[in-house]
Design a protein around this ligand. Structure first.
Ligand SMILES: Cc1ncc(COP(=O)(O)O)c(C=O)c1O
Length: 389
């Protein structure tokens, strides 16, 4: 078998290439019409009043913090089982990061522990400014409960939805914007649809969106309501320090073409997950991801837990052997609080979030992307079963 597999991979077809080529031949490579067109389509698809496409998902999170006014007096909570960017965006604003352990079944924030933590802060006369909940692997959190908590304790609710494009909560594919105050997406190639690098911020809050649109382009505004004077048609002003976090037109052309196929991509990810579920359930060596019946998983990842403590092979060797068989795996994630930077600067230590740490020991992200066919899946499953001894 000479094919190489990885945990995730983009699907680029002729229509995608044609869409990008058309823009490359046009007058606008960046700051042109494809950006608002892509934003408009995302806005319709996910029922968001406002959408800002940006350079990548990390930039989107940074801008969310800036537009929301996070600062060094704030405490912001996220999950330890997420990509670094979900927590790093807290640090960009100078705010204090904190974590809440995951639920052992859903792998998303444990909401009982979240409330307990908020109450401890309250007893100490401190308030939580925002919670960044992550729909890990593509499985929506309990968003009704999160909204309830956000209203009760008056914190901002951010959905880091980078894994869950195309997921559903109570049959609603637009749940992200419905429940959270602001939503972040990534279009990295391993995600459900790609623009190469890219991301978007979705919200119904006009003020947040307006700030994001200014901050993504250096903090520049030409809007007469903000200008202190106006020297002429070239004139602009900067009132706040922003960044160049713009996405290009040819990336948005790719995004537009990919967005048309999102439902098809999700369907095929679901089919692969169903096959893995069947193959790995009822085998005491494995734990498959569980999905509550009111949720639709978008399967950005297929996080398989392998009980290495009952096997002879250790995780490191399992990875090496899989690699020798041309199957590249990944682990999502090394718990963020155990990173040296977080330990050294914020005092987190091993053992702080035991469920996340236990999950890390067992979790292996196995290949899931639309290009995988039945014989690929058979090969992947049989290799895993053979090596997990
Ligand atoms: C949960 C989560 N948040 C944020 C990001 C950052 O997105 P990007 O890679 O587009 O900067 C990622 C990327 O993998 C992610 O998985």
């Amino acid at each position: 078998m000479s094919k190489l597999y990885s945990y995730g991979k983009q699907t680029i077809e002729k229509d995608d290439i044609d869409a990008v080529t058309e823009v490359l031949k046009s007058d606008w490579l960046t700051q042109g019409p494809k950006i608002p067109e892509f934003e408009e389509k995302l806005s319709k698809k996910f029922n968001a009043k406002f959408v800002s496409a940006v350079a990548n998902g990390t930039a989107g999170l940074h801008l969310i913090g800036m537009a929301s006014g996070w600062n060094e007096n704030d405490i912001i909570i996220t999950s330890p089982i997420t990509f670094l960017a979900s927590a790093n965006c807290i640090l960009y604003s100078g705010a204090t990061p904190d974590f809440v352990d995951i639920n052992p079944v859903t792998y998303t924030l444990d909401l009982q522990k979240l409330e307990e933590k908020i109450l401890i802060y309250k007893e100490n006369k401190k308030a939580v400014k925002a919670v960044i909940a992550v729909d890990y692997a593509g499985l929506p959190c309990d968003w009704k409960k999160l909204r309830e908590l956000a209203d009760k304790y008056e914190f901002q609710l951010v959905n880091d939805n980078c894994h869950a494009l195309g997921a559903e909560y109570e049959n609603d594919p637009c749940y992200a914007v419905k429940f959270a105050d602001v939503v972040n997406l990534s279009f990295h190639p391993v995600k459900h649809l790609t623009t190469g690098e890219g991301g978007a911020v979705l919200t119904n809050d006009e003020k947040v969106d307006e700030k994001i649109k200014i901050l993504r382009t250096h903090g520049i505004t030409k809007d007469s309501k903000y200008l202190e004077k106006n020297d002429g048609p070239w004139y602009y002003e900067m009132h706040q320090l922003g960044f160049n976090y713009r996405i290009t037109d040819f990336q948005c052309a790719l995004g537009l073409s990919q967005l048309k196929k999102l439902d098809k991509f999700i369907k095929s990810r679901k089919k692969i997950a169903k096959y893995y579920d069947k193959e790995f359930s009822n085998d005491h060596r494995f734990v498959i991801p569980k999905v509550d019946e009111n949720l639709k998983h978008a399967y950005h990842l297929y996080p398989l837990q392998i009980k290495f403590d009952i096997l002879k092979i250790i995780k490191k060797h399992f990875f090496q052997k899989m690699h020798e068989n041309n199957i590249g795996l990944q682990v999502h994630y090394i718990p963020v609080h155990t990173q040296p930077y977080y330990k050294n600067n914020f005092g987190f230590k091993d053992g702080d979030f035991p469920i996340a740490e236990e999950f890390y020991k067992n979790e292996v992200s196995i290949p899931i992307y639309p290009l995988l066919e039945n014989d690929d899946l058979e090969y992947i499953v049989s290799t895993i079963k053979q090596l997990a001894k």
